[in-house]
Design a protein around this ligand. Structure first.
Ligand code: NAD
Ligand code: DAU
Length: 347
């Protein structure tokens, strides 16, 4: 089977690519990535020479390039993760999100449809999406697969739009697809613009920890390898034209999460208890900040037997250990453009 993974040099994509390359020697895995600031081939250095792995540098917005690679490699499956993924960046530059997340997805859908249109059997377009498309919850309730879409940020609006296109290609042209909507991931290789890796890096550097608003926003956190395992399972066993929610059964208010992180970091760095907490600084809130996300993952649990394999405390410890053991990775991604971004966002 020839499988195209898009965005495989990014955070979640690199874990998905590694898993597929290691577990399916009989597949050919093609990783298509344009290597934006978030894409990093260092994430995949351990498998880069594997016989069943090929890296393709290209942009999903480039229609003729996309058509060309579908023609050349005759993919039978697509696992689509490439995206602009950071909410704060979408507030500054929405159009970049429209281009990659919407137009890029439609280019891939068109190429898959053109290649597969005479025989859809044993083909699959897997679109990796987010729980943010459902908008914000109040204090109660969970997102179900049937929850109405209600996106609030340019990022979530672009992901919602791409989800609708995937579904529409299923309804209109019969394209075989699956969509998953997952909650917040954390783990190794996470770019330090997102809450957990940003705060780990700032604690190492003794810099302020910028908590937005009152810190009482809630997210449902999932260890990235558990997401990669869910993607593998849904790609192989999920039902066509279905959506599956994926979540960690693990809700945390930001401020409680940050305090736990501070405690674990103090222990790892042998600093006196309470040192990192002193870095917490409340800053101006994110515009349109969604109050709470929480996933009901009972469909994937009942149908496919998936559930998270690590507790949050275990996953967080693994994550911290990875960052402390990979100082060079962290230094490389926080030099150059990162400093400009950080200055604009936080100073
Ligand atoms: P990321 O930002 O770490 O990685 C995105 C990757 O896509 C990068 O390697 C980047 O170079 C590549 N890319 C971006 N634009 C591209 C383009 N035009 N052409 C080709 N490649 C391009 O993102 P992530 O956090 O790994 O998220 C991956 C996917 O999972 C996204 O679709 C995101 O919406 C979804 N998702 C993320 C989370 C999360 O918590 N991070 C949760 C649920 C769903
Ligand atoms: O829910 C899934 C989504 O999770 C994914 O679709 C997105 O790609 C991913 O980026 C993530 O979005 P969030 O906006 O929830 O993640 P982020 O790490 O940016 O923020 C988590 C929470 O922490 C959120 O309430 C905002 C807050 N925050 C974030 C940053 C970067 C802060 O308080 N301070 C910060 O500096």
């Amino acid at each position: 089977m020839n499988i195209l993974v898009t965005g495989g040099a990014g955070f979640i994509g690199s874990h998905v690519v590694r898993r597929l390359v290691k577990n399916y020697a009989n597949y050919k895995i093609y990783n298509l990535d344009t290597l934006t600031y978030a894409g990093n081939l260092e994430n995949l250095h351990d498998i880069e020479d594997a016989k069943n792995y090929t890296f393709l540098k290209g942009n999903i917005v480039d229609e003729s390039y996309i058509n060309e690679i579908f023609d050349t490699y005759r993919f039978e499956g697509v696992i689509h993760l490439a995206a602009e993924s950071h909410v704060d960046r979408s507030i500054t530059d929405p159009l970049a999100f429209v281009k990659t997340n919407i137009i890029g997805t439609v280019n891939l859908l068109n190429a898959a449809r053109n290649l597969w249109k005479d025989d859809f059997s044993n083909k699959r377009f897997y679109h990796v999406s987010t729980d943010e498309v459902y908008g914000s919850l109040g204090a109660e309730g969970l997102f179900l697969e049937t929850t109405a879409y209600d996106p609030n940020s340019p990022y979530s609006a672009s992901k919602a739009s791409s989800d609708h296109f995937v579904r529409a290609y299923g309804e209109t042209y019969g394209l075989p697809y699956v969509v998953t909507n997952c909650s917040n991931n954390y783990g190794p290789n996470h770019f330090p613009e997102k809450l957990i890796p940003l705060f780990i890096n700032n604690i190492i550097e003794n810099k302020p920890l910028p908590v937005y608003g009152d810190g009482k926003y809630t997210r449902d956190w999932l260890f990235v390898e558990d997401h990669a395992r869910a993607i593998d399972l849904v790609f192989h066993k999920g039902r066509n034209h279905e959506t599956y929610n994926i979540g960690g059964f693990n809700e945390w208010q930001n401020i409680d999460l940050v305090k736990l992180l501070c405690k674990q970091m103090d222990e790892k760095l042998s600093r006196p208890d309470g040192t990192s907490e002193k870095l917490i600084t409340y800053v101006k809130d994110r515009p349109g900040h969604d109050l709470r996300y929480a996933i009901d993952a009972s469909k994937i649990n009942k149908e496919l037997g998936w559930k998270p394999s690590v507790t949050f405390e275990q996953g967080l410890e693994k994550t911290i250990d990875w960052y402390l053991d990979n100082e060079e990775w962290l230094n490389n991604v926080t030099s150059g453009d990162y400093q400009t971004y950080y200055g604009k966002m936080y100073n």
